[in-house]
Design a protein around this ligand. Structure first.
Ligand SMILES: C[S@@+](CC[C@H](N)C(=O)[O-])C[C@H]1O[C@@H](n2cnc3c(N)ncnc32)[C@H](O)[C@@H]1O
Length: 244
């Protein structure tokens, strides 16, 4: 008999995992692959995103910002996934972008958001889970999928929080199917107050500030060709494609 408390989308998500857990924990509406083993937050900002208050504040702020400034924060049209495609959204936060990608691929497609923050994922699971949109608690540095699984892999405003962003980019390339797309957006507030403050406290800020080459090089090393990079306001976009 089907267990109605488990969102139906996990019937499609679990078979995609490289190693599915014997007893999947979906008790909070998302699939938790980290349990108690999640690492300590990488810095104060990530610590805030892992709190209930931080995730609520972020959720409201990001949806307002995306509405007011779509030209800075909207996914470039060329990276939109095909109907029926599979999408992975890394560092999905409250899941609004994952849900939009789920609508783009339609009911035969699938959009999966992963994040380390249980608070962010609880919001995502509550408001954005559908039959083709599901969320997983997992670390972006160890993507739990086999090679060549997704048609589009995205990461928006998350790589700057992860201590080993190059490993994440290599993992994004690994799980990308031939002819698949990668879309990365990172904040690049060089010279801003935030950048100066982060420089002052060094590694303790837990933040990384990128030049376009620092994102492009690990992708190119993994065989993914960078199609397009552009700065838009305070953010940098990188769109890349694996050859067919
Ligand atoms: C600023 S939010 C961006 C959320 C969403 N992508 C958006 O654009 O609205 C960054 C997210 O990255 C997540 N994150 C940080 N380190 C991570 C890691 N190692 N693996 C997966 N997600 C991570 C945080 O928990 C947070 O939810």
């Amino acid at each position: 008999m089907t267990d109605r408390s488990v969102p139906a989308v996990f019937e499609r998500v679990l078979p995609l995992l490289a190693s599915a857990p014997e007893h999947p924990d979906t008790s909070r509406g998302y699939l938790d692959l980290l349990g108690a083993q999640g690492e300590a937050p990488s810095g104060p900002i990530q610590s805030f995103w892992e709190s209930k208050a931080g995730s609520a504040l972020y959720d409201h702020a990001q949806s307002l910002t995306r509405r007011v400034l779509p030209m800075w924060f909207g996914l470039p049209t060329r990276a939109y996934p095909p109907a029926g495609g599979r999408v992975l959204d890394i560092g999905c936060g409250p899941g609004n972008v994952t849900a939009r990608l789920g609508r783009a691929v339609g009911p035969t497609g699938l959009a999966i958001g992963i994040d380390v923050s249980g608070a962010m994922l609880a919001r995502a699971a509550r408001t954005e889970t559908t039959d083709n949109v599901g969320f997983i608690r997992a670390d972006a540095r160890e993507l739990p999928f086999p090679d060549s699984t997704f048609d589009l892999v995205t990461s928006f405003a998350a790589l700057q929080l992860i201590p080993d962003p190059h490993d994440v980019l290599a993992g994004m390339a690994r799980v990308l199917a031939p002819a698949g797309w990668i879309a990365v957006m990172v904040p690049t507030p060089r010279g801003s107050l935030l950048h100066r403050a982060a420089k002052l406290v060094g590694g303790r800020s837990g933040l990384v500030f990128f030049d376009p080459d620092e994102v492009a090089e690990p992708l190119q090393a993994a065989g993914v060709g960078v199609v397009h990079t552009h700065r838009s306001g305070p953010v940098l976009w990188i769109i890349a494609r694996l050859p067919a």
